[in-house]
Write a protein of this length. Structure first.
Length: 43
């Protein structure tokens, strides 16, 4: 999420969040692996 927040707060960001859909998919079904796919709703 930290990288996502940095991306969307950048003045040069080409996308605008809708704040109505966010989805996390944990690789291997478990956060302990430390990897996830992050899906964020944008306009």
């Amino acid at each position: 999420w930290e990288k996502a927040w940095e991306y969307f707060h950048d003045r040069d960001c080409e996308h605008t969040r809708t704040y109505n859909v966010d989805f996390e998919h944990y690789i291997g079904g478990n956060l302990e692996y430390g990897q996830l796919d992050l899906y964020i709703g944008i306009e």
